[in-house]
Ligand binder design. Structure first.
Ligand code: 5AD
Ligand code: SF4
Length: 473
């Protein structure tokens, strides 16, 4: 038995005893900040919690255990966490046997950890990103000993230890779709980004372990998977296995036939290979969508960001992708107000945005992250100026996204309906919400027994952020 499973059993026995005494099942709250990687770690944490006998709650004041999976990619994610922890102070004063655990990226960031230790003494366990499998053990120790426990490693544990945590796959937000980690950390060192410092150097998970997890998920009813990595295009499992090879294996491995759609993110433009474009073209299971962060359209800013491509490289790349797959949708991330960004640089970003015809974009105001090279760069852009550029960027992006959506009107898209959209439903007629192969959100009229099954949908209208349609029988 793994150490993780041993402590899962120990906590489960404690919880059983406690439930017998109090007459109620202990409840756990899991709150997730940040990206899909964190959301996915939280699913695994929830699986472990349910094995330990915890029920779920969304309310901190009814929780016996509160776990906050933190993010530090931008300052507002951190502030959000501090706000939440402040509220917990009062709850914990009333209920001393409650346990509070922090994990995720903030715990690995020196200044944030110092602040947490100094100002939030009511937190019971602080656990870093490199050894989440130790969560049951630290929780057990905290339940027994009742003193604060801090466990931060400076580097990742080995792949076998990481698999202990990865093997927990039971709890998913949706039964029919799942995320799968294919790599950890990040090896790119973009000058603004804290991720390499808090998630460590890049490590690729072995294809065998990935395929084993996929087979388990397929057997458990999963129809769509999202392969996750900070930069999936630099996946490197040695022995000539790169991301394109992994994707091909994922599409063709026996035992995963039930998985009908494969997504992946995120793609770094500098590493997107011709082989990947070829596999996407060849394999119908791979969704026709690429999330390809631009960050800036100015070559000068891209150089300062250490992105290792130019404006021309990016535009050439998307031309190649579109030539191979004319129906593909492209989405992106853009940072506004990077240190030293001039009006001219910002115009270059607008220019690329106009030419790239993105179908969606996450837009961010640059946030200074202590310890990153960009934090010490000259020319920090005043907030009012950055805010003004941000608004002007949206004014270009939004009509363009709408125009991309309008092109879909009259076509039939294959949608995986995820939930009933209560707002859009009328008496006797349900409105379901899901995503098309090209990742666009679609609201459409259909019977609710379509939920979790791929459904052809005729697109009849659209708004900026979604399409509207009707199921085709
Ligand atoms: N400030 C603003 N946005 C950032 N991102 C990463 N670091 C920062 C930062 N310091 C954005 C990038 C990345 C996305 C996940 O978050 O656009 O692609
Ligand atoms: Fe995800 Fe990065 Fe935020 Fe960590 S810091 S949760 S890796 S976005």
């Amino acid at each position: 038995m793994s150490t993780q499973d041993y402590y899962i059993q120990q906590v489960q026995s404690l919880n059983e005893r406690r439930a017998a005494e109090t007459g109620r099942q202990p409840l756990a709250l899991v709150k997730t900040f940040g990206c899909q990687m964190n959301a996915h770690d939280s699913e695994k944490i929830e699986t472990i919690l349910s094995q330990m006998g915890y029920g779920k709650t969304d309310a901190a004041d009814s929780a016996d255990l509160a776990i906050y999976n933190t993010c530090c990619v931008r300052e507002n994610a951190e502030n959000h966490l501090y706000g939440n922890l402040g509220l917990l102070t009062h709850i914990k004063k009333e209920r001393r046997d409650m346990r509070i655990i922090l994990c995720g990226c903030m715990t690995q960031q020196g200044a944030a950890l110092e602040k947490l230790l100094r100002s939030y003494r009511h937190v019971d366990v602080i656990l870093g990103t490199y050894n989440l499998r130790r969560l049951p053990e630290l929780l057990y120790n905290s339940l027994i000993a009742g003193r604060q426990i801090v466990e931060i490693r400076q580097s990742p544990e080995g792949p076998e230890q990481a698999e202990e945590f990865e093997s927990k796959t039971g709890c998913r937000h949706f039964a029919f779709k799942a995320s799968v980690n294919i790599m950890y950390g990040c090896g790119n060192n973009c000058s603004y980004c804290i991720v390499p410092y808090v998630r460590g150097r890049e490590r690729s998970r072995s294809p065998e372990n990935i395929l084993t997890e996929l087979r388990l998920l397929a057997a458990d009813g999963v129809k769509e998977v999202m392969l996750l990595g900070q930069n999936v295009n630099s996946y490197d499992a040695g022995a000539q296995i790169r991301f394109a090879d992994l994707l091909e294996r994922v599409c063709e491995t026996p035992g995963t036939e039930q998985i009908e759609r494969i997504r992946f993110m995120t793609s770094h433009p500098k590493d997107l290979s011709g082989a990947l474009i070829a596999v996407m073209r060849r394999q119908p299971k791979i969704a026709r969508h690429l999330h390809l962060p631009l960050q800036s359209g100015s070559t000068r800013v891209l150089t300062r960001m250490n992105r290792k491509y130019t404006q021309e490289d990016y535009l050439r790349l998307i031309d190649r992708i579109r030539e191979a797959m004319p129906d593909i949708t492209l989405t992106t991330d853009i940072i506004v107000g990077f240190p030293g960004e001039t009006e001219e640089d910002f115009d270059a970003t607008l220019d690329v945005v106009r030419r790239a015809r993105f179908a969606g974009a996450f837009t961010f105001l640059y946030s200074k992250r202590p310890g990153t090279p960009a934090a010490d760069m000259d020319g920090q852009v005043p907030p009012a100026e950055a805010g003004d550029r941000f608004q002007r960027l949206l004014a270009v992006l939004n009509p363009m996204i709408l125009a991309e959506n309008e092109k879909r009107i009259g076509t039939i898209l294959r949608v995986l309906p995820e939930e009933i959209n209560a707002q859009g439903s009328r008496p006797g007629e349900n409105c379901l919400t899901g995503r098309a192969d090209n990742n666009t959100i679609v609201h459409f009229r259909a019977d609710k027994n379509h939920l979790g099954s791929f459904t052809p949908v005729k697109i009849t209208g659209c708004k900026t952020y979604y399409l509207l349609g009707e199921a085709v029988d």
